[in-house]
Design a protein around this ligand. Structure first.
Ligand SMILES: Cc1ncc(COP(=O)(O)O)c(C=O)c1O
Length: 395
């Protein structure tokens, strides 16, 4: 019987649960296997020199390669995204960096104009130096198919985007990559697998900054890659084992614990976001609210089709740069801090923080300006959050 997503945040399939280490002692919480190495009971009879593993083991040899707590977490993330497998990394950026090891000099990747600034920095400052060519396009408007060449190995986008909440049509874009034999890569950080599953819409790879909604408590940095093709999962695992940026056991456990309440947190923070959006729209100093849950927002129809919710990320434009900066310094219950997706509500100034390394041309293309603030709405009382915003904006 297929389980609902709320249950999938807490339970794996019966077979996987039965095979688990914790079933030995019946511990309800999965243990932290804080070990670098694993004892081998002997040598395989069929050992061939030069072969990777000579040992008879319980399936684990060395924690750079695999660790039971991390494996448990990867099973949960794969299950939530509906992938053939998932890999956990020490950050979202480590996951993205590893993914680009798939490409060769001369390969071309088409990327959307509005992306997390750290991803843009990685593309421009590092991946480009390794010979990967990037073409930037507005995936919500431009004809991406017209930009594809035989060298195009992937398209890469977020939906909704950070911070402008632009929405791209995953199924439509995935159909283009299938025709061209390239990969459709979607950063699903903003909605989490609770609200959106790009692989089910035809994408090949899903990225998460696990730091955000998956972990959910602003207490750990983590990242994920999830792929639909088992061969691709194996290739990524080889690259991860070889390069060594996998998530540590304790951090894996923190994300596992965070996922247990993913459904509750996503629902509650979304509920708060809707209340805050309504209030922001009534404010004279607020010129525009970027939230894909507004029926008159450009991405609304696509969101309704491809996601189960709208999330809790709200950007808004105030009347001046001075007011934007004053609001940041005046918030009290809300923290002026640079992350998203956790229990506490955070207010961020994207142009100077998350998107500080985006060029003027990139900013023009995405529409981000110095009057835009980004709220990651948490699970506090909406009334308290609105009261805090009121004193900060109108103060
Ligand atoms: C959409 C998105 N993708 C990727 C990242 C990078 O993740 P991390 O900070 O965990 O390295 C972030 C970080 O803010 C993000 O917002």
């Amino acid at each position: 019987m297929t389980k609902d997503i709320e249950t999938k945040c807490l339970h794996l399939t019966e077979e996987e649960e039965r095979d688990n280490f914790h079933s030995t002692f019946g511990s309800v919480s999965f243990p932290i296997f804080q070990t670098a190495a694993y004892v081998h009971p002997g040598i395989r009879d069929d050992y061939v020199p030069g072969q990777d593993h000579i040992s008879l083991s319980a399936g684990y040899n060395y924690s750079r390669e695999s660790n039971p707590t991390r494996t448990q977490l990867e099973k949960f993330v794969a299950q939530l995204e509906g992938g053939a497998g998932a890999l956990a990394f020490s950050s979202g950026m480590a996951a993205i960096t590893l993914l680009f090891e798939l490409f060769e000099p001369g390969d071309q990747v088409i990327v959307d104009v509005d992306l997390y600034g750290g991803s843009v920095r990685f593309f421009n400052e590092i991946a480009r130096r390794h010979g990967i060519r990037f073409i930037s396009a507005d995936f919500t408007k431009e004809d991406v198919a017209a930009l594809m060449t035989p060298e195009t190995k992937a398209i890469y986008f977020e939906t909704p985007t950070n911070p402008m909440a632009r929405v791209s049509d995953i199924a439509k874009l995935a159909a283009l990559t299938r025709r061209n034999g390239s990969l459709c890569i979607v950063d699903n950080t903003y909605l989490s697998p609770y609200f959106q599953n790009p692989l089910a819409l035809g994408a090949d790879v899903v990225i998460h900054s696990g730091t955000k909604f998956l972990a959910g408590h602003h207490d750990v940095i983590a990242g994920f890659l999830v792929a639909s093709d088992p061969t691709l999962v194996e290739r990524l695992r080889f690259l991860s084992t070889t390069t060594g940026s996998a998530l540590a056991p304790f951090d894996s456990w923190l994300v596992l614990r965070g996922i247990k309440t993913l459904s509750l947190r996503m629902e509650r923070s979304q509920e708060n976001a809707f209340k805050i959006v309504e209030w922001l729209q009534s404010q004279s100093h607020v010129k525009y609210v970027f939230f894909p849950g507004l029926p008159n927002s450009p991405g609304y129809a696509v969101m309704k089709r491809q996601a189960r919710g709208f999330g809790s990320m709200v950007s808004f434009e105030v009347e001046s740069k001075e007011l934007a900066i004053a609001t940041l310094t005046r918030v009290k219950t809300i923290f002026f801090a640079e992350s998203l997706g956790g229990t506490e509500t955070l207010l961020t100034y994207p142009i100077a923080q998350t998107h500080a390394s985006v060029s003027a041309e990139g900013l023009r293309a995405s529409g981000l300006n110095d009057r835009i603030l980004r709220l990651s709405v948490g699970i506090e009382s909406a009334r308290d959050l609105i009261a805090d915003l009121d004193q900060a904006l109108n103060g």
